[in-house]
Design a protein around this ligand. Structure first.
Ligand SMILES: [Zn+2]
Length: 246
């Protein structure tokens, strides 16, 4: 057995709606759809981050702290992964003529990110590599939270306070959510919604200003991300000759 203690970023990308998707849809196609989406996430994480493991409907990745030199890089990384995920959903939906429940419900899947900064140990036992440590436990506990309940967001990024202070990230108007976990106590998180909001006005703003002045009250999306997603919806609308389903 060998162990190496490191400090860095721990990120979980969790596909929302997976449980009901699998329960309510044809298993064969739902598995194909999910593996394509998971493959996309893995390819977006790499090579910037290392994949620790696939956890059913989620991807768990880590990277040493030097990887994200500034907060902008970290947020850009997450947002571009989310936009790629939405793109992939659109292209999968358009590419299939199958009318099974799984294929029809591709747009119902969404994505949540959990971002924490802390210590982890890369442990190898019998050539099986694993990440362990209390910060590794913490990020997994965060996936059970009350953000959707409080904000209505289906897609969001959740940062721990520890991650924000480490990164010097100022999310002055983010949704703040306290979560309590047995044996970990109260954890303060700052959350940004990513759901596309069709029909909302699209303010144009410079990124540095967005970070401080954006008002991610429940139901709103960061301006630049919203523009990216909206541009894709419009393209989809035109090519389908009707309303986009995403
Ligand atoms: Zn199908």
């Amino acid at each position: 057995m060998s162990t190496i203690m490191q400090h860095g970023y721990l990120i979980i990308a969790d596909i929302s709606g997976y449980t009901s998707f699998v329960a309510k849809t044809e298993l064969e196609h739902s598995q194909e759809i999910l593996s394509e989406l998971l493959e996309l996430l893995v390819s977006r994480f790499q090579p910037t981050m290392t994949i620790s493991k696939l956890e059913g409907d989620a991807v768990f990745a880590y990277a040493p702290e030097e990887v994200f030199v500034c907060s902008e890089t970290l947020i850009d990384f997450i947002e571009s992964m989310y936009v790629a995920f939405r793109d992939k959903q659109l292209s999968m939906k358009r590419a299939t003529t199958c009318t099974c429940n799984a294929c029809r419900n591709i747009p119902s899947l969404d994505l949540k990110f959990f971002i924490h900064c802390g210590d982890y140990i890369r442990q190898t036992i019998a050539s099986i590599k694993e990440l362990v440590g209390s910060d590794v436990n913490l990020i997994h506990r965060l996936t059970k939270n009350h953000v959707t309940e409080a904000t209505g967001w289906r897609a969001y990024m959740m940062f721990t306070e520890q991650c924000l202070s480490h990164n010097g990230l100022n999310l002055a108007h983010a949704h703040v959510q306290m979560e309590e976990y047995e044996s970990l106590g109260e954890i303060k998180t700052c959350d940004l919604g990513m759901d596309p909001q069709p029909g909302e006005a699209q303010p144009v703003g410079r990124r540095s200003r967005d970070l401080v002045r954006s008002r991610p009250t429940p139901g709103t999306t960061r301006p630049r991300l919203k523009q990216s997603l909206r541009a894709r919806q419009i393209r989809q609308y035109r090519s389908d000759g009707g309303l986009a389903s995403i």
